[in-house]
Write a protein that binds this ligand. Structure first.
Ligand code: NAP
Length: 272
């Protein structure tokens, strides 16, 4: 595993996404992932799987201190105290005293960013999380959140893959030492049939998924949280640190396109 250093923290470059992993499947997958070497797990109140993630952590041989655990506050919590109460409930479901990173899941147009960020800061002050951050915030929303937060905003977790390279946000994050966490780095499975990724992969004996992940985590200040449920996929997604894409390949892979993004996400989601 390789790590990205942000504000004195070493964050594993590949974590496990857990959206749509529920019940025993979630428990089994997270425990297997931890045994295979994953040390970074991403969950959320909205995924309804914090208990299973926590059980898997407890059942694994991995020390709590060695795993980087993220959860996200439901954006409907708009009041400072509600944010704190919901984070305490998350920690209790996860069976931990504190998470490593607590995010606001989505910007809520009906919420005051200052109030919600104050809630996150309270969580940090009360030891419910070590770092605070946001998710699905645009560059300007991130700017507002940073201005409203006493604690540094550690990350913005956003959709990030070859068809959605988030150039503006990426540059802003680099300039301000904000980690960019790539969600749906496989476009929900939609990148798997991409010809460019396949062609590049042949050169390194890697799959399109591995090339997409490598493309993401080879960028400074970027970590990725692919979701996988099969052991083969879990293993594959960790095996992206023994090759390096050339500058020309990095450029070739990155093809921002709303159409490709939409089509890939739908194809990945519905298997069409
Ligand atoms: P993703 O990671 O882009 O893609 C997951 C899909 O790719 C699954 O169908 C998985 O199949 C397949 N897959 C994984 N590894 C593979 C491999 N090596 N080869 C072939 N197929 C592979 O999609 P995602 O679940 O949308 O995003 C990942 C995580 O990001 C989520 O689980 C969640 O933690 C986070 N996320 C956050 C937000 C947010 O609003 N903050 C939104 C979306 C996602 P199998 O399951 O069959 O292995």
């Amino acid at each position: 595993m390789e790590f990205t250093d942000v504000r004195g923290e070493r964050v594993p470059k590949v974590g496990l996404g857990t959206w749509r992993l529920e019940g025993e499947e979630c428990f089994r997958t997270v425990r297997t992932a931890l045994e295979l070497g994953y040390r970074h797990v991403d969950t959320a109140q909205a995924y309804d799987n914090e208990r299973q993630v926590g059980r898997a952590l407890a059942a694994s041989s991995v020390d709590r201190d060695d795993a980087f655990l993220t959860t996200k506050v439901w954006p409907g919590y708009t009041d400072r105290e509600e944010v704190v109460r919901s984070a305490a409930a998350s920690c209790s479901r996860l069976g931990v005293e504190s998470v490593d990173l607590l995010l606001i899941h989505w910007p809520n147009p009906l919420a005051s960013t200052a109030e919600v960020m104050a809630g996150l800061n309270d969580c940090r002050d009360r030891g419910l999380t070590r770092h605070v951050g946001v998710s699905n915030f645009s560059t300007s929303q991130l700017r507002t959140a940073r201005a409203a937060s006493d604690a540094p905003v550690f990350t913005d977790q956003v959709q990030f893959h070859p068809f959605r390279p988030q150039r503006d946000l990426r540059a802003y994050c680099r300039a301000h030492d904000v980690l960019l966490t790539a969600y749906s780095p496989l476009a929900h499975g939609g990148v798997l049939r991409d010809d460019v990724l396949r062609e590049v992969g042949v050169r390194y004996d890697k799959s399109p998924a591995q090339v997409a992940l490598r493309w993401a985590v080879q960028q400074e200040g970027v970590v990725a949280v692919p979701k996988a449920s099969s052991e083969t996929h879990l293993r594959e997604n960790l095996d992206v640190f023994d090759f390096e894409l050339s500058e020309a390949e990095m450029v070739r892979i990155e093809r921002p396109s709303r159409l490709r993004t939409g089509a890939s996400m739908l194809r990945g989601r519905f298997g069409v």
